[in-house]
Structures are given as C-alpha cells and as structure tokens.
Design a protein around this ligand. Structure first.
Ligand SMILES: Cc1ncc(COP(=O)(O)O)c(C=O)c1O
Length: 392
C-alpha cells in the first residue's frame, strides 16, 4: 500500500470507528414541512379541518369506517376501555410481551390486567392459552401485534365471541400489516395506533383509534375532549352554541399541527414499507448464517409491517452485546422486558420469574436493530459487520 492509499485507509478506518448508525431516523419530508407551515400560518392550530382530513385518509388506508385522532396510542387504548365501560372489578386479558402502556391503561381504568404467555416463534399472544385465563370477571382481550406482525385474530375473535368479550387491538406497531387479508381493526371492536417518534407513521407524539360502529365513533369524538358536546372548531365555524358535558371524557384530541405532519406520510407508507422490507431481507440473508442468534418467525400468511427488527441472542451475553454494539456505533434497543417483571406489577400482583416463560425468554435475549427507510446499504453492511464481530 503506498503512502496516499495508506492515509485514505486510515482516514476511512477512523471515520468508520466514529460512525454512528442511529437506532431510528424519521422520514419527515419537505412536503410534510410545507403542510405544517400552512397550519402554522392559519388561525387553527388545534383540532380542526386538517385533523379531520387525516382521520379520513387514515380510516381509508386502514380499511375502517372511522378513525379518531388522539394524542397517543395510550389515550386511544384508554378511551376504548372507557367506551366499553371496563373498570374496577373487571379483568382484561393481554400479553406481557409489550410496551408497558398496554397494561398501564388497564390499571388507569381500575381494571386488572391478566397476562397470557406468548408464542415462542412470533412473540405474539398465544391464542391457545387465552381461554384458560378467562373468568367471570373478564371483559376484554387486548392483543398486541408485536413488532408489526398481526396476531391470530381469527381465533381471538372466535374466543371473544364465545365468551362475550370485546377485542381492543393494540396496533401501535402495525399500520401496514395484513394477515389472511385481515387488517388491524377488521375483526376487533376497536384498534389503537401510535404515531410516537419512532413509529412507521409519526408526528412525534400522536395516536388514533379506529372502529366500524358509528355510535362509538361519535362517543370517541366527544370523549377525546372532556366529553363536551361541541369542539372548538365547530364553535368557531358555526353559530356559537354553548356546550354541555353529558359524560366524563379525557383530554387527548389530535391537533391540526400533528395531523399536518402525517397527511402526506400516509401516501408514502407503502413505498416506505417496501424499503423496510428490502432492509429486512438483507438482514435476514446475512443473519441466517449466524449460528449464535435467532430471528423471530414471520408467518407465510402475514404481511409484516416491519416496525421493529429484533434478534434473539444468548441471554447471558445480551447486556454485553448491547454495550459492544453501542460502542461500535450501532443504535440498539430492547423491546421488551416483559411487563409482569416491572416492579410495579411484581409488587401489586406478586408476579415473579417463571410465570410467563416464553415472554421471559424473548425479553431476556432480544435486541432490536436499526430499521428505517433512510438506512443505506453501507450502513446496513456496517451493522451486520459489527454484529458479526461481537456475536461470536
Ligand atoms: C405496543 C405498544 N403499545 C402502546 C404504545 C403506546 O404508544 P404511545 O407512545 O403512542 O402512547 C407503544 C409505544 O411505543 C407500543 O409500542
């Protein structure tokens, strides 16, 4: 190697050493920014015409009759539980392998979360175990479409119907997903979505709830704004009418600002999903050769939303692998430590290790890798290369 190429080689080495592959980078485009500026230049920053437009587009995309924009998926889940009148004395079946919001909302309304273990191969709630967890107090099931793969909704719906239960889908990870031609919300009584900062469709913080029942839709519109009978936009655009409160809602309405950021993202969802699929394909191909890690299964009847790409490694080495990847400049995350092992849930319900072995096994060994359309080939190779060096 001559002096010049040796210098370039060292430079490259230094740059690589300092390289940082973020865990996530958003896809807000100039078109989204322009839409946002239009709202900022208008009179109406809060819930209004742009929120409505977004809701219509989102409902159409997801193939649901109605969508209601809220401030987060957490709010959407809470509203669904409140609509179905679930509260103290009631039980709601869900999965321990989720973000803690899924169980917290059950606590918010005063009901009890009852966990059911997950499928080893997908991490989704094991529909075969649901029935034995049902008691006379059970009112609903909250399945979570983990990482973007839809749960066994056909069976979950059948079980719910046999026992007169509601199904509220936690679809925080799954906007684009399909299973057996079924989309999120098609079989559930409601589906809840997150537009949090790292989600496939995002406005930083936001959420939506979809449903097919007009009575529920009208209730949700009112419930997201304290339960008042007319919102600010209708008081502004129509003749002023004093409002009343005829039931107690919460305050979680989506603003025009949030909606503006997502109006055009919806049109790009499918092309962005294709890019995610290409990245997943590259990861899958490369990581299949790694004997020390496992990849969760994507079922053949599923279109995965590819929200998160997770690998399973040896649990005893997980922490050191996480740190090694971080030191090498690869953004990583853990999705998730099972909810029943969080101190609040352990203290309140006496859960301990061994209660939900499959969820615990995934929770102890999972690492999420960067997955977003802006990742380029060089960055993907960089992640794979670093992984190959630390995982053996
Ligand atoms: C599975 C799951 N459910 C619910 C939520 C809550 O979403 P939000 O942050 O929009 O309230 C999240 C957030 O990441 C999630 O991953």
């Amino acid at each position: 190697m001559d002096e010049a190429s040796s210098y370039i080689h060292k430079e490259q080495h230094c740059r690589n050493a300092l390289k940082k592959i973020e865990f996530y980078r958003h896809n807000i485009s100039s078109e989204d920014k322009e839409e946002l500026l239009k709202v900022l230049d208008s009179i109406f920053l809060t819930t209004g015409d742009i929120t409505k437009l977004f809701e219509e587009k989102f409902a159409q995309y997801i193939n649901s009759n109605f969508a209601v924009g809220v401030m987060s998926c957490t709010h959407a889940l809470e509203l669904a539980l409140r609509y179905f009148d679930i509260g103290p004395g009631d039980e709601v079946i869900t999965t321990p392998m989720s973000f803690v919001a899924t169980a917290n909302v059950i606590e918010y309304v005063g009901a009890k979360p009852v966990f059911v273990d997950v499928e080893k191969t997908t991490g989704n709630i094991n529909a075969n175990l649901i029935e034995e967890a049902i008691t006379s107090k059970t009112k609903a099931i909250i399945p979570v479409h983990l990482y973007g793969q839809i749960c066994d909704m056909i069976n979950i719906r059948k079980i719910a119907d046999r026992h007169g239960l509601k199904v509220i889908e936690d679809s925080a990870h799954c906007v684009e997903g399909v299973r057996d031609d079924i989309r999120p919300g098609n079989l559930g009584d409601a589906a809840c979505f997150s537009f949090y900062a790292t989600k496939n469709l995002t406005c930083g913080e936001g959420g939506a709830i979809t449903c097919n029942d007009v009575k529920m839709y009208k209730w949700l519109l009112q419930a997201r704004q304290h339960g008042i009978t007319s919102d600010a936009a209708s008081r502004y655009t129509k003749k002023y009418v004093s409002y009343d409160v005829n039931f107690l809602g919460i305050k979680c309405n989506m603003s025009n600002i949030q909606a503006a950021l997502m109006l055009h993202q919806i049109d790009r969802l499918d092309s962005l999903h294709n890019k995610r699929a290409e990245i997943v394909n590259l990861y899958d191909k490369a990581l299949n050769d790694f004997s020390n890690l496992t990849i969760l299964k994507v079922l053949s009847n599923v279109k995965h939303a590819y929200h998160l790409y997770t690998i399973l490694v040896n649990a005893s080495k997980r922490q050191s692998l996480l740190h090694a990847l971080q030191e090498d400049g690869v953004g990583v995350a853990v999705n998730y430590t099972p909810i029943h092992l969080m101190t609040y849930y352990k203290n309140k319900y006496g859960y301990s290790i061994g209660d939900f072995p499959e969820a615990e096994c995934i929770g102890a060994s999972t690492i999420s890798l960067p997955l977003y359309p802006k990742l380029n080939r060089e960055e993907i190779d960089f992640v794979i290369d670093k992984l190959s060096k630390v995982v053996f």
